[in-house]
Design a binder for this molecule. Structure first.
Ligand SMILES: [Zn+2]
Ligand SMILES: [Zn+2]
Ligand SMILES: [Zn+2]
Ligand SMILES: [Zn+2]
Length: 130
């Protein structure tokens, strides 16, 4: 808690106008936020209870609250809707062990390449190994 609000917050509905802290319930037990679709129109907090139709999906994320679309939100695989950009690639050599080859022990190695991708739109990251 902010030192500014040591003696109590200055609530304006769901948000403290001094420190920016938000609350879910008013003292009378009612919901504090003013939900406008998937977010609160007062404090911009995301409505975690929003239904999928409350969000404004644009491909892989919601343009209103920035939520990444879950796979089933749009009834199809959101994975393909991300705009993947390769950000890094690294290779490491791993040792598979020694095998008896051509009259002597030979070390078997395998190169694993890790490619990192980030979605240009929502920032989600993923990795592939091969
Ligand atoms: Zn406060
Ligand atoms: Zn709010
Ligand atoms: Zn949303
Ligand atoms: Zn995305």
């Amino acid at each position: 808690m902010s030192i500014k609000c040591l003696f109590g917050h200055k609530w304006a509905g769901c948000v403290c106008t001094r420190c920016g802290k938000t609350r879910f319930f008013l003292p009378n037990g009612r919901e504090a936020h003013t939900w406008d679709g998937c977010k609160c129109s007062v404090c911009q907090k995301r409505n975690t209870f929003a239904k999928k139709d409350d969000h404004i999906w644009d491909g892989c994320y919601c343009v209103a609250c920035g939520l990444q679309a879950p796979v089933d939100a749009l009834g199809r695989d959101v994975f393909d809707m991300h705009d993947w950009e390769a950000v890094s690639s690294s290779s490491e050599e791993i040792t598979d062990g020694q095998v008896w080859l051509g009259g002597h022990f030979s070390t078997m190695t395998e190169t694993i390449t890790t490619n990192k991708y980030r979605c240009r739109r929502c920032g989600m990251e993923r990795e592939t190994k091969n």
